[in-house]
Design a protein around this ligand. Structure first.
Ligand code: BTX
Length: 325
């Protein structure tokens, strides 16, 4: 309703602070008693509110569900995210998405879970995916592109997520080639791109996105506390995960349509505008060995170029990157 919208806007404008009962009654044009009733309605919807005499009301926690309805309501995409598979707990959304892709589900299908017990990172690493605090999502794509172009989709995904986070939070995340998104030097997002292909035909690309949203420091186990962060930690406020998912899908769809039409070039420009670790000394650990040198950029294919001390330029398709101090 109009009243509910005004009320929520007032809280949104207060950015997590208090809004006085007086102010609310003026905004809504209703009595103080009626204000209390509207507040109670929000509570019933799952909002956690705090009321303090002389200060007013404050939203402590938004209802934060990511099941089908919440994602669908307010989704502005033309095709991505229209088929939603939601689970409260899974081993890994990637595994489920792989199975669905095999069964032939259509492009744009997403798998989301409130918790992963076996979240996967790259190279058999684990992705810590605690309950109801983050976005653990897999997106199924069926692009008609050569297999060697699929890593470009990882870079595209990073751009889509950075744009969504910027828009929603005002934070300015940066991308570390190829798949890390950092805020203040700590990892807030991980991306895992998996492929189903045969000979030179791509059947499906499954893009896993892990986004730390509402965790506080205590939610992270000791070994990743030092390297991980969340939007909540960086911004000091809780976010609604469904809204972030909607924004990611929307910016993803725009970039993806452009990519299918014009190739990687336009995405490359955007990617470079968000990236760090270029023009710096780095150590790249690949499956076939370690390369040290200066990162000089990515080429038009999205491959990282590193110039060694001997002056040789190496092409790096996949690696872990450490920036030398
Ligand atoms: P990665 O191999 O680049 O990063 C994994 C490393 O990141 C871990 O070894 C650990 O050091 C650190 N790490 C683990 N969990 C977290 C976390 N929550 N926040 C920050 N750092 C962490 C990145 O792999 C790719 C991750 C993709 C995750 C998504 S979630 C949905 C989908 N399903 C699934 O199983 N994986 C993907």
């Amino acid at each position: 309703s109009e009243i509910r919208r005004k009320l929520l806007e007032a809280f949104r404008d207060a950015k997590g602070g208090y809004v006085s009962g007086q102010k609310i009654s003026e905004l809504l044009g209703c009595s103080r008693t009626a204000v209390w009733k509207h507040i109670e309605e929000l509570r019933k919807e799952g909002y956690e509110l705090e009321a303090i005499r002389k200060k007013g009301y404050r939203i402590v926690k938004m209802p934060d569900k990511i099941s089908d309805n919440e994602i669908r309501l307010g989704l502005e995409t033309n095709r991505l995210g229209h088929d939603i598979y939601y689970y409260d707990q899974v081993d890994s959304t990637q595994t489920i998405a792989q199975e669905l892709a095999n069964k032939g589900v259509k492009e744009g299908t997403i798998v989301v879970a409130d918790e992963q017990t076996g979240g996967r990172g790259r190279m058999a690493r684990t992705w810590y995916s605690p309950k109801e605090t983050g976005i653990w999502m897999s997106l199924i794509l069926r692009p008609n592109i050569p297999i060697q172009h699929t890593p470009q989709l990882t870079l595209l995904t990073a751009v889509a997520i950075v744009q969504a986070i910027e828009e929603i939070s005002g934070l300015s995340p940066v991308i570390k080639w190829p798949n890390d998104i950092l805020i203040n030097g700590k990892k807030v997002v991980g991306i895992l791109t998996e492929l189903q292909a045969e000979a030179d035909r791509v059947h499906a690309v499954i893009i896993g996105m892990g986004i730390n949203v509402n965790q506080n420091q205590d939610h992270f186990p000791d070994h990743i506390k030092e390297i991980a962060t969340s939007l909540y930690i960086e911004k000091g406020k809780y976010f609604t995960r469904a809204e972030i998912i909607q924004k990611i899908l929307l910016s993803f769809e725009r970039l993806y349509d452009q990519f299918l039409k014009d190739g990687f070039k336009p995405i490359k420009l955007l990617w470079e505008s968000y990236a760090i670790s270029l023009k710096q000394m780095i150590t790249a650990r690949t499956l076939s060995g370690t390369i040290r040198g200066k990162a000089i950029g990515i080429n038009d294919e999205g491959v990282l170029l590193v110039q060694t001390e001997e002056g040789e330029v190496k092409h790096i398709y996949s690696a872990d990157i450490e920036i030398s101090k």
